[in-house]
Each structure stands twice: as C-alpha cells, then as structure tokens.
Design a protein around this ligand. Structure first.
Ligand SMILES: [Zn+2]
Length: 405
C-alpha cells in the first residue's frame, strides 16, 4: 500500500561544497560568509552562491545576533533548526521507540510500542509502520518537512541494503526494512545497527563531539558497540564489527545465546544482572529486593536491582559494582584493540551507570597497559534512553550534511 501523504519537491544536496558549508554552519554557526570562505578556502563568490541556495531551500537563515565589532552588526548564518525534521526508530528486543527530531537532534515527539514475543517479519514491519504513521499524524508539521526515516536495529544489519540480516532476539533473518518503509512513506530510509546509531547520535549531539576515535557501548538485554574511526562508523568486512557482547570474558562462565560460554553479555547485560541476583537471593542473601518482589524471585529484573541500589541496598550496590568490573574487562580489551579517545556507555543498563562506573574505572586502572590507556575517558550517554533513536535520525541528516563520496 502506498502512502496518502503528499511529498514536497525536495532535492538531495549531494554537492560536496554545499554539504561542507552546511555542516560548517551546523557546527560553528552563527558564522559569517567571510569566515566560511576563510575556513573552507572556497572563494567568496562560491560561498555566496551556495549560501544563497541554502537560504532558498530554508536549511539556513540569516541572523544578526552575532557579536558586534562596532558599527553595523554582521549578518551571520545559522541552521534553520525547526524547518526540517527526521524520524528515528530504535528497534530493541521488547519495544520499538519512535522520535521526531529537529535539525539539532532535539526531540519534538516520541512514542513507544511493544513488540510481542516471537514476532514474525510482518509483525516487526507492521509495528514500525504503525509507529511512524502515528507520529506523522499527531505531529503538527506538514509532511514535506520530513527529510527521511532512520532505523537503528539490534543485531546484524546491512546498511547498504537497509536490511536486518539477523535479529537474535526475534530469531529472524533478512528483514527488508528499507525497501518496505520506502514504499510505504516515499522518503529516504537509512538502516543501521542500534549500537552504531547510538554512537553516531552521541558523536553529533552528545558526548562524542570532540572525539573522532571513539566507541559507543550499548548495554541492555545484550551488549553491542559502535566503533567511530576518524569520524566514520566502522563496519568491518561483514558488518560484524562491534559485536563485543560475545567477547569471551570467562571460559567457564554461563552459556550464551550464541552457544559459547562466558561471553561479556552473559555477565554484564540486563538479564545477566537479574540472573545473578536471583541466584544469590535464593541462596539467602539479605536484600531490599526481597520486599520489592514480595518473595517471588522470578519477578527480579535488572531495573529492580538498580532501584534497590538507589535505596542504598548493599547487596545490589555490590552486584552492580561487580557488573561494572566485568564491563571494565571488556572495555579494557577494546582500549587495547582500538585505543579510542572516549567510550560512551548507553542503553538500558546505563540507567544504573553511577553504580557501574566505579567497577569499570577500577578495572581499567588495574588492567590498562600504559598510563595513556588508563586515562581513556569513560562517560555515560548524554542522550540517554533515546540515544539510538536520535542516532537513527542522524543517519538521515548525514545524507544532507556530510559529503557523500
Ligand atoms: Zn555469546
């Protein structure tokens, strides 16, 4: 079924100079035409022509709010942030999150839909369509202000084809996300792994903006990482780069969904936290969690452990600290492999971040190879629970702001 929305005549700006200037205005605006010419080494007439075009497409507006150096206030340029919008979708293991953001990645609308257990291909695609239709209809902006749709999907994703190759939580292969959403909504659709989307979001609008070499680590029901190398996401030969949840941490550890034993995510992801808590509570450990679940240990989940920790429950604090130490071992391996400037921890478990950080930092301090390795900055996500959805929006913004070559 095709869309009933009416598209504006929107032109993709693939010219290298246009996207360079647009991105400079985004990063450094308000900025004058003269400063753009100086920094890009383009001639003033070239800059003038391109800026004229950017103003006519309404991506950029003139402002006089800049510093006055005596006399006439200079006319500066800035991004017309509320003129265009993108739609971001984060497909987790039990929920899909949907956001509409402006050109600065600021959320204007959001909604969340549940994913039923054991979904089929059609279920995933139909929930996706439903959420996007809902946001577009409830939003006051006209349809031609939407630049495109970005999707961050857990598991292995082929970003070129826009397909989910393998979604482990659903045990589904080969979901043609881009193809289906493009025909439904008639706009640009970009698909990426959720941890990579999160990393991209932090790089543009969060804590990664001064770090061209960095990692985003998504800790939720599983663990995945996005690797940013020289300002570009790194995918590896077969889109497997960043599957750090399956780094072996303990040869005799718990069995993982992948079939191996002692993978990082069997020790440090949300379900692993819940499992360890259940085991120890059953063995008689004292904890506030007893009251929270009214004696029914099957109700214990990761959030509960966090909740108890915030109420100073010693058992939960120690358990999260131990989780932080496991994560720290995984992150130390990554420091020694990638040597990033910064690592950003996001995802569901990062809500318990302050209880994880001590364990993480302590482990990196004791295991880092050199002083520089030990100094690697580790921070919690700035964009929080919507980081992957906002990052999915950036997948679309990249098409406009970053030179495509
Ligand atoms: Zn595994």
């Amino acid at each position: 079924m095709s869309t009933k929305y009416k598209r504006g005549s929107f032109q993709l700006m693939k010219s290298m100079n246009r996207s360079t200037i647009l991105n400079m205005i985004r990063e450094e605006g308000p900025i004058s035409r003269a400063d753009i010419a100086k920094e890009t080494k383009l001639t003033p007439p070239t800059v003038s022509n391109i800026v004229k075009e950017l103003i006519s497409t309404q991506f950029v507006v003139e402002t006089t709010q800049g510093m006055s150096k005596g006399g006439r206030k200079p006319t500066l340029l800035e991004i017309n942030a509320e003129q265009f919008f993108t739609i971001g979708v984060d497909v987790g293991t039990t929920q899909m999150k949907f956001v509409i953001t402006n050109l600065f990645g600021e959320i204007r609308e959001f909604t969340t839909l549940e994913i039923p257990p054991y979904p089929a291909h059609e279920d995933i695609l139909s929930i996706m369509k439903q959420g996007i239709h809902h946001l577009i209809k409830t939003n006051k902006e006209s349809f031609d202000k939407f630049l495109g749709i970005g999707v961050g999907m857990h598991g292995i994703v082929d970003p070129e084809e826009g397909r989910s190759l393998f979604a482990p939580a659903f045990q589904l292969n080969d979901i043609p996300i881009k193809e289906v959403l493009e025909s439904e909504f008639d706009m640009i659709v970009k698909v990426e792994n959720d941890a990579r989307a999160m990393t991209l979001g932090e790089y543009w609008f969060g804590h990664g903006n001064d770090a061209d070499n960095m990692l985003g680590v998504n800790v939720g029901n599983g663990i995945g990482a996005g690797l940013m190398v020289k300002g570009r996401l790194f995918h590896g030969e077969h889109n497997l780069a960043g599957e750090i949840g399956h780094i072996t941490i303990d040869l005799s550890g718990p069995k993982c969904t992948c079939g191996n034993y002692g993978c990082l995510q069997t020790l440090a992801a949300g379900p692993a936290i819940a499992e360890r808590a259940k085991k120890e509570l059953k063995a008689g450990r004292a904890s506030l969690i007893h009251d929270l679940v009214d004696g029914d240990f099957e109700k214990v989940d990761g959030c509960m452990v966090y909740e108890a920790a915030t109420q100073q429950d010693a058992f939960s604090i120690e358990l999260l600290n131990q989780t932080g130490r496991y994560l720290g071992i995984g992150l130390t391996n990554l420091i020694h492999t990638i040597n990033p400037k910064r690592m950003i921890i996001g995802g569901g478990v990062s809500g318990a971040g302050r209880f994880l950080m001590d364990g993480i930092e302590e482990t990196i301090q004791s295991r880092g190879l050199t002083d520089k390795a030990k100094e690697t900055s580790i921070v919690l996500s700035k964009l929080g629970e919507h980081a992957s959805a906002i990052g999915a929006c950036v997948l679309v913004l990249e098409e406009f702001f970053i030179r495509q070559d």
